[in-house]
Design a protein around this ligand. Sequence first.
Ligand code: ATP
Ligand code: MG
Length: 427
Amino acid sequence: MTPKQIVNELDRYIVGQFNAKKAVAIALRNRYRRSKLSPADRDEITPKNIIMKGPTGVGKTEIARRLAKLVKAPFLKVEATKYTEVGYVGRDVESMIRDLVEVAIRLVKDERYKEVEARAFERAVDRVADLLLKQSKELPEGITKVAVIDEVSKHNLDQMQVEISVADIPKPVELQAGGGEINIGNIFGDILPKKTKKRTVTVEEALRIIASEESEKLIDLDSVESEALKRAENDGVIFIDEMDKIAGKSSQNGPDVSREGVQRDILPIVEGCTVSTKYGNIKTDYILFIASGAFHVSKVSDLIPELQGRFPVLVELDSLGVDDFVKILTEPENAITQQYRKLLAVDNIDLSFTDDGIAEIANVAYDQNNTLEDIGARRLQSIMEHIVEDISYDINEEGEPKKVVIDREYVLNNFTTESRNLKKYVL
Ligand SMILES: Nc1ncnc2c1ncn2[C@@H]1O[C@H](COP(=O)(O)OP(=O)(O)OP(=O)(O)O)[C@@H](O)[C@H]1O
Ligand SMILES: [Mg+2]
């Protein structure tokens, strides 16, 4: 995708914030450009990491979320606050690289599964046909295997019962505080014979289970792993949210002590180092990092200088105004007004909004953000919840259709001038 196409795609979900969209789009395109260069040039060019700075609730995380769905590259979103300095109890920052590799493995596996899907299904049909011939008394006397295969593959026998043996995977045991878990089954998996148990399921489910077993056999795990490592290394994107929460001069006690330590641990990873994973070593030099945070209390300049230097692109997101709110309420796919429409339609309520109703909701949001706390677009959610509260509660038991129109007056009745300033509606 070209940078413009990426921005257009993001535009479908996020209002405004052009600079941030443009910066991530350029960074992504640069990955592609680099991949077209000679190996020698490629080695020289490292990504220009990005810091997204902006007030709360204006779309930083949302951009990352949408980007993740958009790019076919391994994409991991983490929160900086989840990590602790090496030596302390908790997850060390290197684990984010391992997590990225896991994402890449899943990505490549899914691609491979797609490739073998048809063959795996064919094999599953064959095995299910055998099971049915052996087990089922419902099949007509003397039916041939070919005929059963035909019926099964056309899904004509989907509701029939069949007994299959499935792998009995032991539950992973949590051995370590902070989420490190070791799957005993995996460790001994190669030594001990696989345990299986019998289950009776519908043919439909048997096909699904056996097909996934067969695809597992059809794909070459070694090549999946090496391809995944390569992808994570060259195309990986790690989005570090809440970066501002680990910035700032740490006080000498309390939970803050290791903030700067976490920053120091992140340094080599962003700079480029080698991390060992259970699939092999991975170089972090070409992974793109996007850090994000409000940087309201602590500033970007409160990050340790070495770290700042490794994020050369700084984009600021704008705080949102009345016009933005109007657009956010109506324009994005599955915008919040649409969400409520769909929800209430389940109870036969036909909810609609007039233009002046929408404008008034945006006004109230803007006012409350000014007088209370500026929480950006999240304000819209608390306001909407308040507006539809009675409508959601007071539904017809008989499910008779009901029509509700939210216009300016309706909004004004819900929010008097005073109530716009009332703390009652604070999240
Ligand atoms: N520009 C925007 N366009 C559309 N929706 C938005 C926009 N900004 C925020 N929203 C909506 O508001 C909510 C909060 O946004 P988001 O999670 O991106 O905030 P944030 O900038 O990451 O804030 P924080 O600094 O608190 O993490 C989301 O549901 C998002 O869909
Ligand atoms: Mg966020």
